[in-house]
Design a protein around this ligand. Structure first.
Ligand SMILES: Nc1ncnc2c1ncn2[C@@H]1O[C@H](COP(=O)(O)OP(=O)(O)OP(=O)(O)O)[C@@H](O)[C@H]1O
Length: 273
């Protein structure tokens, strides 16, 4: 479990990126932080592995403050996936994936074996191991980024807009893959996105943020869609418009549900869900 208590981050220029933030991140679940640009999502994520230090407040992992942990060791024990994969361009895929393992003293042969295993886990062919990142598609690079984060088998995986730079079709593929991986691996995942559809697809718990990391609402996707806490949330998640605003339409065969663009999204089946 990760717990934020009264966490504030003021950058040296006076920007208050996070103001008095509290959150419990349950273990073995995916928590998604979603909000518009500048709402403090990346700052929150980076305070978990101490790439950013809080100005005040505490962040605990399983009851121990991250400030009491050695920052380098802490960072190596937590998987971190960035937009664009964050791969080292002059290193082959295999070397990118074994980075943390080598830093923590895993013998070369064992590290290589583990890296190949983890390529299997993220659905990449082992033959790609010898390539350089530039010889891979954007989606493949992203998978390598996930493989690298998983190589040392961390309990916690931080993902910062990991699919922001890929086209919508690959993005959908990677989202499905993330759901599959999560079922298989059961990590505690903290995922940052500005895409509310992605948040609802991947999140067990979704945290909607406004400026200063002010929590507009926190809940499961169903709870938020069924009962938005404010006008801001309703408008942010698009319940009045877009694909979540569904209207009924009678057809010869029954009632269907249509979005505001006139596209049929499904068939109405009577009875409780
Ligand atoms: N190193 C820094 N120095 C000063 N201000 C910063 C720094 N890093 C971030 N900020 C500011 O802190 C606020 C929150 O930034 P942060 O990157 O955490 O937001 P975000 O929600 O992740 O945004 P985005 O979706 O655009 O990545 C913004 O106003 C940003 O300009």
């Amino acid at each position: 479990m990760i717990e934020f208590r009264s966490v504030t981050k003021t950058y040296p220029d006076g920007t208050v990126a996070v103001a008095d933030f509290d959150l419990v991140v349950p273990p073995h679940r995916t928590t998604v932080l979603v909000g518009s640009s500048g709402s403090g999502k990346t700052t929150l994520l980076r305070m978990i592995n101490r790439m950013v230090e809080p100005t005040s407040g505490t962040i605990e992992i399983d009851g121990t403050s991250v400030l009491d942990r050695d920052p380098v060791q802490l960072r190596r024990s937590i998987g971190y996936v960035l937009q664009n994969g964050g791969l080292l361009p002059h290193q082959r895929v295999i070397d990118n994936v074994t980075t943390v393992l080598r830093l923590t003293g895993t013998p070369k042969r064992a590290a290589r074996e583990r890296a190949l295993e983890v390529l299997d886990v993220v659905g990449l062919d082992r033959s790609l191991a010898e390539r350089y990142p530039s010889q891979l598609s954007g989606g493949q690079q992203q998978r390598v980024g996930v493989a690298r984060a998983l190589a040392a088998d961390p309990n916690i995986l931080l993902m910062d807009e990991p699919f922001g730079a890929v086209d919508p079709i690959v993005r959908a593929e990677l989202q499905t893959e993330t759901l599959r991986l999560q079922q298989e691996l059961n990590k505690t995942v903290v995922f940052v996105t500005h895409d509310v559809d992605e948040a609802f697809l991947l999140g067990d718990q979704v945290v909607i943020l406004q400026e200063g990391a002010h929590v507009a609402q926190i809940g499961s996707p169903s709870e938020i869609i069924e009962n938005p806490a404010s006008e801001f949330v309703a408008s942010f998640i698009g319940v009045e418009r877009g694909t979540r605003a569904l209207h009924t339409k009678r057809t010869d065969r029954g009632t269907v549900l249509v979005d505001t663009a006139g596209r049929t999204q499904g068939v109405l089946v009577e009875g409780t869900a």
